[in-house]
Design a protein around this ligand. Structure first.
Ligand SMILES: C[S@@+](CC[C@H](N)C(=O)[O-])C[C@H]1O[C@@H](n2cnc3c(N)ncnc32)[C@H](O)[C@@H]1O
Length: 459
């Protein structure tokens, strides 16, 4: 066997964010995705890099002493739930260690670390799921579920280790059984033939409202009456189906897009409540997937900002305007900037719903929008996507020279990269708190407060 395709048994000595493991083979580091510190695993070599060998995790031979939750998930393909075999306390410790190591590696220190805030719910915390129609094996019965781990075609009949509540499962199974009973076809991603594509369920966890969105191609027709009959007569739901949509998508890619949306029942949005404010959520707009976790995250942002200051605040990457609205009562004026037009429309509607007046939402790329802002902010809040702040945008944002920045990040790797730039430009990290928005997965959020303390030459 060539070295490239060699398969070896090794022990996972350490893990790095996000969900990468390190083992040693003949004095060389082997790095691969997945795994838990302490496991003995089989790894296949993929590529020889300068300082390490890149591998692929094939199988866990022996569990780690850290896996104390095996009774529930030991036999189960964890799919989207890689940390399911850990006790929640140990999962939080692991995330803390991994994120702090990223900071240490880049010499970012000297700040107050306020620990990791746990998610209010360890399980059933997700408010949105996107299921796919397909089959588990070629020619098998139609399945509605999630992609099998690491596979593009096979779909498994699962919700993925209890990250959603039982309403999601009841609706998914009912819809799957209905289309099985009438022998409908699913959209085949190889030849682009077939009808059923996705089922997207959004549930407002604070109000119990449920929005169901069936996504199909235009290659067949839906019997609306009997489909609705199945959904609306579901007895065992804890929440209530308040809207049903049928989206037609003939795009060739696997993402949920809309060529046409047909409202079959009720209304095309749900209302979620966070910290006493109402948010109207449409089928495609961004909303934090852990509702009660988001309450805690936004409370951390509020705590970092402190007492009422009547500041001018920029909320960059504002989505549906949640942060802007939560801080509106303590600010003089808030300007939110977001690239997705539909999210900005929702943000403006939500602002009216909550009787707030001191916010302006701008639909534009942050990189361009900052050129046209003539206001001088006292505080800038930044909550960028996983890629972090674009390197060209970050310089322009710092040029506003506010007294304080609050950076909310869903990706500690890009956060650390960006913090180095803030540091070079004279900002000091005052405090950091992590918020576990994604239990049972390797992901975690972090909020950072920075203040200006002069450029490096000035110090
Ligand atoms: C992590 S979300 C934060 C949303 C919001 N702060 C919240 O908590 O609901 C990041 C947002 O940045 C938006 N975005 C991505 N790239 C952008 C850009 N270049 N300019 C403006 N907004 C962008 C995305 O559409 C998304 O709504």
């Amino acid at each position: 066997m060539s070295r490239k395709s060699k398969i070896v048994q090794i022990k996972i000595e350490d893990t790095i964010f996000p969900n990468k493991s390190i083992g040693i083979y003949e004095d060389k580091k082997v790095i691969f995705k997945g795994g838990i510190k302490g496991q003995i695993v089989l790894v296949k070599f993929k590529k020889k890099r300068k300082d390490y060998i890149e591998g692929k995790l094939l199988e866990v031979i022996e569990n780690s002493p850290l896996e104390k939750n095996l009774t529930k998930y030991g036999e189960y393909d964890l799919g989207p739930c890689p940390y399911g075999t850990l006790l929640y306390e140990d999962e939080l410790k692991l995330k803390e260690e991994q994120v702090l190591n990223l900071f240490k590696k880049e010499n970012i220190d000297g700040f107050e670390f306020l620990g990791v805030e746990r998610s209010p719910n360890e399980f059933a915390y997700r408010n949105k799921m996107e299921y796919t129609f397909g089959d588990e094996f070629k020619g098998g019965p139609i399945v509605l579920g999630l992609h099998k781990k690491g596979r593009f075609y096979e779909i498994v009949d699962t919700d993925g280790c209890d990250l959603v509540d039982s309403d999601f499962t009841s609706i998914r199974k009912t819809v799957m059984n209905y289309f099985r009973s009438i022998d409908s076809s699913f959209y085949n991603k190889r030849n682009h033939e077939g009808f059923l594509r996705h089922l997207v369920i959004r549930k407002a966890l604070s109000t119990g409202e449920i929005l169901v969105n069936l996504v199909t191609s235009s290659q067949d027709s839906l019997d609306k009456k009997s489909f609705l009959n199945e959904l609306l007569n579901l007895k065992e739901l804890k929440g209530e189906v308040t809207g049903v949509l049928h989206t037609i998508n003939d795009g060739l890619g696997d993402t949920v897009k809309a060529d046409k949306i047909d409202l079959l029942y009720g209304r095309d949005y749900i209302i979620e409540e966070i910290l006493g404010l109402k948010f109207n959520i449409s089928p495609f707009s961004f909303f934090q997937t852990n509702t009660f976790g988001a309450e805690k995250l936004y409370s951390i942002v509020r705590e970092f900002i402190g007492e009422e200051k009547k500041d001018i605040v920029f909320d960059l990457y504002s989505g549906t305007g949640t942060i802007a609205q939560i801080i509106s009562p303590i600010a003089k004026e808030v300007i939110g900037i977001e690239i997705v037009e539909e999210a900005v429309v929702k943000a403006r509607e939500n602002m009216k719903l909550n009787n707030l007046e001191n916010i302006e939402f701008i639909a534009e790329d942050v990189f361009k929008a900052v050129d046209n802002l003539d206001k001088k902010p006292d505080l800038i809040i930044i909550d960028p996507p996983r890629d972090g702040i674009h390197p060209k945008a970050i310089e322009k944002i710092i040029d506003f020279s506010p007294n304080r920045f609050v950076y909310v990040s869903c990706n500690p790797v890009t956060l650390v990269r960006d913090l180095k730039v803030f540091k070079e430009r004279g900002y000091k990290i005052v405090r950091m708190k992590m918020m576990d928005m994604f239990p049972r997965t390797p992901h975690v959020e972090a909020a950072i407060l920075m203040t200006y303390c002069g450029s490096e030459e000035e110090q």
